[in-house]
Design a protein around this ligand. Structure first.
Ligand SMILES: Nc1ncnc2c1ncn2[C@@H]1O[C@H](COP(=O)(O)OP(=O)(O)OP(=O)(O)O)[C@@H](O)[C@H]1O
Ligand SMILES: [Mg+2]
Length: 765
């Protein structure tokens, strides 16, 4: 007992210290727990920190059970961080039952409990964007329309947008005025029908089905309204209409809703995010307390100044003040490069230099780009310089073929109505169920009014080849066995058993090609994920929970999965994060801004630039190239208008120098075309790297692979490594034997002539 009291006192003292570490406005936001609260404030002003403290404060001071709090974050990673921060404050286990996560994961969980009310089972499958696109493509084909007339991508975009705006297929059809829009509405209708039939929900459904559920079953809404006494939403500027409505519904009773965001960081309007939600909040909750956070704790004065200067060019924004008491810091460095490879080299060199001069380590650096394709040249240069890095986004681990195949098995084990998954696995690994057999089975299913799987289970009743019947029987037994295992065992055990029974690992191992080996590794990695998941989620290590977490993994997840590596990501994925040193690359017209013609899009691009700049704590680099490869061809590029906006046109302001521009040196200009022939081989090199890419979650240590010195075999064009000068390319070889001299162009140190005998070079493969 005495211990308990002491603990309580200790905890109170801890909370008091924490509250003291907040500024007045932040403290007000934490302590105003009753009634609606809105914090719209600039980058790095502590919005996320306020939400985190608020959760701890409410659990402790308001004596609120964690399961009465709903906290909505933009990524799973942010949710995990918040949860562990609260546990640091209140102790291990103190957040048990807390509903914290993305809209998608919280509502996927809620829907699981009430899926039957909507005609789904709790084992429903979550279709990701690729699954949805495949289904849409199939439907378009079934309607007898060519996919170049009705492009699946475009249709998918329209359907998703409609869903997010709560537009039904019927409404879309009523508003349709031409062939394309009529057919889009028809596909939309059939797509929903097919999802229902497959017992599947897409990402958008996870947001809109709760609204349907609440509208049709007011008693369920009332239950959650009563339960969630406190609701908090981070990154509120990027919520869409459906998210806005569902939050409003849930807050209907207690009205204790706290939203934080920054209109200047709204970067998802292309996905339906609606800035009007901020204005709507004030209308819905006239009594709302508005908090203004004006001090930025993240950036140097210089970085904040350039970010503020840039964003002031936007017309549509709420008035805000943002200052910092941090040091002035270093000027922003601007690099100019001849092409994207040189740009990438400069980034890599700057990282190397900084590691020596400023004591930074790899994990201090982040490199941002506007589009995923840009990461290639950067990856190449980092690898060339022996700098370990990780790429987030791009082709995600879960989208790899072998992983999707395994996931399809797991989905189908739980949900035998999921025909998309069934089609993926029925002949994988090959069991002799070819296209013709499948067609025959589909016909039987239609004739008899069965699902495809029912037809498979009753194969013996039909006139089919014996070999086929036996293959289908084996398949059915495999599925039924695994289904039984899934009912009593953890996700890890199911995955392990699935791999064993299908002999997939063995098959890949025997194949022993580079590709098969990569797949083998990925499957092993997937098995590791399953194990980690089960260790982490002792509360619910079920297959269902594992699949949900795998389906909802975002680009940013596992961004902190240890390892001292440089981070590479798109700016969209960088939201909410911070790094000591940031590189914003590719500042070229029509790349960043991507589409400068449309004023509203230009403003969104500028907000994106603002997000990028404000991720930096100490040092910021921006760069552009004068030519860039696109579609296999080099195109001239023009310096982005955003560069001129960094310092408002003047290089020196009263605060000192803002921008340090490093222009092309003459030597660089003259070697502009020196090794264009090399491009092909280098891009092949990066192709290979691309295919070796592993998951955001899988570790991607890179290192320079070097063979032993092969002095005698040295030749022009080889890449070599020198102890002091780093890596370089052999430009010329003179003389022979002990007198052999070579001329090497080192990326960092320039051209050097060396006596081969003493140079102690290593050939880099
Ligand atoms: N009162 C404070 N004292 C010291 N550091 C603070 C304070 N408030 C916030 N910070 C620190 O400032 C940084 C930015 O905080 P946070 O990420 O919460 O800002 P934010 O407003 O959510 O930023 P963004 O708009 O980028 O999401 C963090 O490192 C945080 O720990
Ligand atoms: Mg934040």
């Amino acid at each position: 007992m005495i211990n308990g009291i002491l603990d309580t006192q200790k905890l109170l003292a801890k909370l008091e210290t924490l509250l003291k570490s907040l500024n007045t406005e932040q403290k007000k936001a934490v302590e105003t727990t009753k009634g609606p609260v809105m914090i719209i404030a600039g980058a790095g002003s502590g919005k996320t920190r306020v939400i985190t403290f608020r959760i701890a404060y409410i659990i402790n001071k308001e004596n609120c059970a964690p399961n009465q709090i709903l906290a909505l974050t933009f990524t799973n990673k942010a949710a995990n961080e918040m949860r562990s921060r609260v546990e640091e404050i209140l102790g291990t286990g103190s957040t048990r039952g807390l509903w914290i996560g993305t809209f998608h994961s919280n509502f996927a969980r809620l829907l699981r409990q009430h899926a039957d009310r909507l005609g789904f089972t709790s084992d429903y499958t979550i279709y990701d964007a690729d699954d949805s696109k495949n289904l849409i493509k199939q439907i378009i084909t079934e309607l007898g329309i060519a996919t170049d007339v009705l492009a699946p991508n475009a249709v998918q975009g329209k359907i998703s947008m409609a869903k997010n705006r709560l537009v039904t297929p019927e409404q879309m059809s009523q508003n349709a005025s031409d062939f394309i829009s009529e057919k889009t509405a028809e596909v939309f209708y059939k797509y929903n029908e097919r999802l229902q039939k497959n017992n599947a929900l897409d990402f958008d459904d996870l947001l809109i089905k709760p609204i349907k559920l609440f509208n049709e079953h007011p008693e369920i809404l009332a239950h959650y309204q009563e339960r969630f006494q406190y609701i908090m939403i981070d990154e509120y500027q990027d919520t869409n209409r459906a998210q806005y409505i569902v939050a409003k519904m849930l807050a209907g009773q207690h009205r204790n809703i706290c939203v934080v965001g920054d209109d200047a960081q709204s970067i998802y309007s292309w996905r339906g995010a609606d800035i009007a939600n901020i204005l709507g909040f004030q209308n819905d909750y006239k009594e709302a307390t508005i908090c203004r956070l004006e001090e930025n704790y993240r950036c140097t004065k210089t970085i904040l100044k350039v970010a503020n200067t840039v964003i002031s060019n936007n017309k549509e924004q709420l008035e805000k003040t943002l200052y910092t008491s941090n040091e002035t810091g270093e000027p922003v460095t601007l690099f100019e490069a001849t092409d994207e490879r040189r740009e990438a080299e400069k980034v890599a060199m700057a990282i190397r230099e900084r590691k020596l001069s400023s004591g930074n380590q790899n994990s201090d650096f982040a490199i941002f780009y506007r589009t995923n394709a840009q990461s290639r040249a950067l990856e190449d240069a980092l690898r060339f310089n022996g700098i370990a890095y990780r790429v987030f986004g791009g082709v995600s681990f879960y989208k790899r073929k072998e992983i999707k195949d395994i996931v399809a098995y797991l989905r189908f084990i739980l949900n035998s109505r999921d025909e998309e998954s069934l089609l993926r696995i029925i002949n994988f690994p090959a069991r002799g169920v070819g296209e013709t057999s499948l067609k025959r089975l589909k016909d039987i299913a239609i004739e008899e009014g069965f699902s495809l799987y029912e037809a498979i289970c009753r194969a013996t009743h039909y006139d089919l080849q014996n070999r086929l019947i036996s293959a289908l029987n084996d398949f059915r037994m495999l599925i039924e066995d695994l289904r039984e295992i899934a009912q009593q065992h953890t996700a890890y055990e199911v995955v392990a058993e699935l791999l064993r029974k299908t002999r997939l690992l063995e098959i890949l191992k025997n194949e022993n090609t580079a590709e098969a080996n990569a797949r083998y590794d990925n499957l092993q990695e997937f098995l590791n994920f399953a194990r980690q998941f089960c260790d982490k989620s002792a509360e619910d290590p079920s297959l269902n929970a594992f699949l949900q977490s795998a389906s909802l993994a975002t680009d940013q997840d596992n961004a902190d999965a240890n390892g001292n590596q440089v981070t590479l990501m798109t700016i969209h994925a960088a939201k909410g994060l911070e790094f000591p040193v940031v590189f914003v690359t590719g500042l070229e017209e029509r790349l960043f801004p991507l589409n400068p013609d449309e004023p509203r899009e230009l403003e969104e691009e500028r907000r994106l630039f603002y997000v990028a700049l404000t991720r930096a704590e100490k040092k910021l680099y921006v760069s552009f190239a004068k030519s860039r490869y696109k579609f296999g061809q080099s195109f001239p590029a023009k310096r982005s208008r955003f560069i001129e906006e960094l310092d408002g046109g003047s290089v020196v302001t009263e605060g000192g120098k803002l921008l340090d521009e490093i222009r092309l040196q003459d030597a660089e200009k003259s070697r502009y075309h020196y090794d264009d022939s090399e491009y092909t081989s280098r891009s092949n090199f990066s192709d290979r790297a691309q295919s070796r890419r592993v998951a955001p979650a899988a570790s991607r240590q890179t290192s320079l692979t070097s063979s032993s010195a092969k002095k005698s075999a040295i030749a022009v064009g080889m890449k070599v490594q020198h102890k002091i000068f780093g890596t370089g390319k052999v430009m010329a070889v003179q003389g022979s034997g002990d007198d052999t001299k070579i001329k090497v162009f080192f990326r960092g140190a320039g051209e050097k002539t060396l006596v081969l005998k003493y140079a102690n070079l290593t050939v880099v493969e």
